[in-house]
Write a protein that binds this ligand. Structure first.
Ligand SMILES: NC(=O)N[C@@H](CC(=O)O)C(=O)O
Ligand SMILES: [Zn+2]
Ligand SMILES: [Zn+2]
Length: 378
């Protein structure tokens, strides 16, 4: 990573149709710091489908080289054939000059067959299988009801095919407190799973607790890793209630106490190879967030890089940022690192209040707030 004090010409961020609160003016004077990073990838992303896909895909393609695309559509992507068709529609939705590559995933169900894993591997476009415990999160109703009872042959085939299992790590038992569901999942499902299949590659997605940090740190490098979202690095559960109920800070697993957030920040800024960037950017239209039974999911794709840079900058660990955004993920998946570069400039800018699309608008994380780091598009 190269740190310079040079200011190079930059293009304004390409936001399609954006509502700003006021003019975006930099208060920063003097030489501007720039970071040059190997182009990052997003190892946990929801691109949706239809008009929503067309609206949000360019935001990810602007900044990220590749993304692991989550399969929780309606209906879910449970077959390789469906993953191939979904991949085609994603490629149609990104700008023609973009080199963005979607890495597809399959949605694991109680009835997924080992043969499907072979097909997935042969396709060359499916890179992982996603475990949603049934009922744990958005569009998880077709997920797994009994992992050990129903899925062991598939998991064994995944070991054979070196196919990673990506995990939404929360139990769904209504008697378990929602803030404890990640820890209980580790103790009752993940730990036994890893003991039973030590050669299965597992990514604990969007970790939220110090328990998950410790669990991942104690695992075998190359076999156990975690993705980390901007919200779980920057917000504690207080953010759900600050000045009134804040639906745009609601995601699953739900934000936790600040001590957990601090543990996650320490883990990612330590330089460990086991943690990598996964935004979990999960767009829902405003009317589906600001309503009596609002959806879980935070839209962060357009601002995620600024937010990760903020975290590493505030921790005095900018020298560790590039491994987290651009090396640890491809190294874990056994994929080449990107060769293109991206620049971030330290220059304050205001996050749009919303992104407007013909079908409605989407409110991003940190809407209307001022951030310091800004990706420059070339
Ligand atoms: N994170 C979320 O709160 N929501 C995600 C699903 C998920 O990743 O659990 C979504 O698809 O909206
Ligand atoms: Zn999830
Ligand atoms: Zn997700």
């Amino acid at each position: 990573m190269i740190l310079t004090t040079l200011v190079l010409p930059t293009k304004a961020l390409k936001f399609s149709s954006v509502k700003f609160e006021g003019a975006t003016k930099s208060k920063y004077r003097g030489p501007k710091m720039e970071l040059t990073l190997t182009q990052p990838d997003d190892w946990h992303l929801h691109l949706r489908d239809g008009d929503l896909l067309k609206g949000v895909a360019p935001h990810s393609a602007n900044h990220f080289g590749r993304a692991i695309v989550m399969p929780n559509l309606k209906p879910p992507i449970t077959t390789t054939a469906a993953a191939i068709a979904y991949r085609d529609s994603i490629l149609k939705a990104v700008p023609a000059d973009s080199n963005f590559t979607p890495l597809m995933t399959l949605y694991l169900t109680d009835t997924t067959k080992p043969e499907e894993i072979k097909l997935a591997r042969q396709s060359g476009v499916v890179f992982a299988v996603k475990l949603y415990p049934a009922g744990a999160t958005t569009n998880s109703q077709d997920g797994v009801t009994d992992l050990f009872g129903n899925c062991l042959p598939v998991l064994e085939e995944m070991v054979e095919q070196n196919m990673p299992l990506l995990v939404h790590g929360e139990v769904t038992d209504p008697d378990i407190d929602v803030f404890d569901r990640e820890k209980v999942f580790i103790d009752t499902i993940l730990q036994p799973l890893i003991q039973r299949l030590p050669r299965l590659k597992v990514v604990m997605e969007h970790i939220t607790t110090m328990d998950a940090v410790r669990f991942v740190e104690s695992g075998k490098e190359g076999y156990l890793a975690a993705t980390v979202t901007p919200q779980h690095l920057l917000l504690s559960r207080n953010a759900l209630f600050q000045g009134g109920l804040q639906p745009h800070n609601y995601c699953l697993p739900v934000l936790k106490r600040d001590i957990h957030r601090q543990a996650i920040v320490s883990a990612v800024t330590s330089g460990s190879k086991k943690f990598f960037l996964g935004t979990d950017s999960a767009p829902h239209e405003r009317r589906k967030k600001e309503c009596p039974c609002g959806c879980a999911g935070i839209y962060s794709a357009p601002i995620a890089l600024s937010l990760y840079a903020k975290v590493f900058d505030e921790a005095g660990a900018l020298d560790k940022l590039e491994a987290f955004t651009s090396f640890n993920g491809p190294d874990f998946y056994g994929l080449p690192r990107n060769t293109t570069k991206i620049k971030l400039k330290k220059d304050s800018w205001k996050v749009p209040l919303s992104f407007s699309f013909p079908f409605g608008d989407i409110v991003p994380m940190f809407a209307g707030e001022t951030l310091e780091w800004q990706p420059c598009l070339s």
